[in-house]
Ligand binder design. Structure first.
Ligand SMILES: NC(=O)c1ccc[n+]([C@@H]2O[C@H](COP(=O)([O-])OP(=O)(O)OC[C@H]3O[C@@H](n4cnc5c(N)ncnc54)[C@H](O)[C@@H]3O)[C@@H](O)[C@H]2O)c1
Ligand SMILES: [Zn+2]
Ligand SMILES: [Zn+2]
Length: 403
């Protein structure tokens, strides 16, 4: 079958690989009808999320049809239309019982303390082959698959695989309440879902911070107040818009590949010097030259802005991915402001029902952010455009040729 395969930092190929097989009683094989590219895939290609194994199939977002089930699968049968949870969880351990699926004790073959297991990630997350492929093996299928209601389209289901539940979790972790003011850093796909979810949970105002005008425009269309961090200082602007207090909660939907402003009032000499150091000395496996897969030059920029802008006793909700090697966090400033800080990999299985419920109760459809529809065979080109955050490349849906 065809799949997007990781060959090294800055190097992926659409290749022929072996079809997946049932390996354990609880496995299912699905035929993938649609998949997509996520900002998390970019961290791996840029080398800011390290430890990827040569030959791993990428991707962790998909909708498909069950094609085979192992003898231990009870909830699914051949022909069922399903969305795949990006994170893999056994469904039975104490953490899964508590709906903390991202902390599952049994799913990660590296052991209970190895962290979240997910599709198409580094060796430390499994590794499990991913979903940018024609077929995939789904471990613990009863827990990792969710049946899609008939009236939910494949495209809406696809965004329930990862980014919609992640955005929803971000708003929930931010304790968003009726009348709150919330800032969302990053207007990529995850940021857009966090904006929609914060408004749904009752936020009076949502401020959306980014530098890409095309993405700020989408945020504005959702009802957010757009802030371009190269036109104004985002921390000052957020204070100004909240009577000097700062927002009640801030959500980091950017992560390790954050950029510093290259112009405007938020630039600083220290920032420029740090950018040079970061570009040349930072992640040892990052691609330092060339046009693509450039890592961000301000890995802690968003965390700093979050801590500086949120009001005292406010909440910081971190969705953006940081690798285990990242150790710099402005804990002193957070302490001085009595902040609540939450960070998590999404427990998709817990949040997908909340997303389906939100779609049932409101006209919101996550698929409105899908801007590019292409074949799986063109995935490498699509990755390049998405990596550069080109206008019109907010979220890519990839469809295998066989469908
Ligand atoms: N916690 C989870 O379970 C989970 C799940 C999915 C994705 N993620 C993570 O969420 C993050 C966002 O994913 P995405 O698909 O939207 O990625 P993306 O790369 O498409 O979007 C990131 C956005 O952040 C903007 N940005 C860069 N520097 C910034 C700054 N200093 N201030 C404000 N905005 C800035 C970029 O311009 C871009 O629009 C990634 O880190 C991804 O790995 C986490
Ligand atoms: Zn994702
Ligand atoms: Zn478990």
């Amino acid at each position: 079958m065809k799949a997007v395969v990781f060959h090294g930092v800055g190097h992926i190929v659409v290749d022929e690989v072996d079809d997946p097989k049932i390996e354990a009683a609880s496995d299912a094989i699905i035929k993938i009808t649609t998949s997509s590219i996520c900002g998390t895939d970019l961290h791996m290609l840029r080398g800011t999320m390290t430890g990827m194994r040569y030959g791993t199939v990428l991707g962790h977002e998909a909708v498909g049809i069950v094609e085979k089930v192992g003898p231990g699968v009870e909830k699914f049968k051949v022909g069922d239309r399903v969305v795949v949870c990006s994170t893999i969880a056994c469904g039975e351990c104490a953490y899964c019982e508590a709906k903390e699926f991202a902390s599952c004790d049994r799913a990660n073959p590296n052991g209970p303390d190895a962290g979240t297991a997910f599709f198409g990630g580094p060796a430390a997350t499994g590794p499990f082959n991913g979903l940018q492929a024609e077929r995939a093996r789904i471990p613990f299928a009863d827990s990792v698959l969710v049946k899609l209601p008939k009236d939910v389209s494949d495209a809406d289901g696809l965004l329930c695989s990862d980014i919609f539940p992640t955005g929803f979790m971000g708003a929930e972790m931010a304790d968003v309440k009726e009348g709150d003011q919330v800032a969302v850093f990053g207007c990529g796909p995850v940021g857009q879902m966090a904006i929609a979810s914060a408004l749904y949970l009752g936020a009076k105002q949502v401020f959306a911070i980014d530098v890409v005008s095309d993405r700020l425009k989408v945020a504005k269309e959702q009802g957010a107040i757009a802030i371009n961090f190269e036109k104004v200082d985002p921390v000052e602007q957020l204070k100004k818009l909240t009577n000097g207090y700062g927002p009640d909660a801030v959500i980091d939907a950017v992560g390790i590949d954050a950029q510093r402003p290259l112009k405007g009032p938020a630039t600083s000499i220290v920032g420029v010097v740090e950018t040079v150091i970061e570009k040349t000395a930072g992640a040892p496996f990052a691609v330092l030259t060339g046009n693509h897969w450039q890592k961000g030059d301000g890995p802690e920029q968003v965390l700093q802005w979050c801590i500086e802008s949120v009001r005292k006793s406010g909440v910081v909700s971190i969705l953006g991915v940081y690798p285990e090697t990242e150790e710099n966090f402005p804990i002193g400033k957070a302490m001085a402001k009595s902040l609540t800080i939450r960070a998590a990999n999404c427990s998709h299985r817990k949040y997908i029902p909340k997303c389906l419920d939100m779609m049932e109760k409101t006209p919101f459809r996550p698929s409105t952010i899908l801007t590019v529809f292409d074949g799986l065979e063109n995935a490498v080109e699509c990755y390049k455009h998405f990596d550069k955050r080109e206008p019109g490349w907010l979220k890519v849906e990839l469809t295998p040729e066989e469908i």
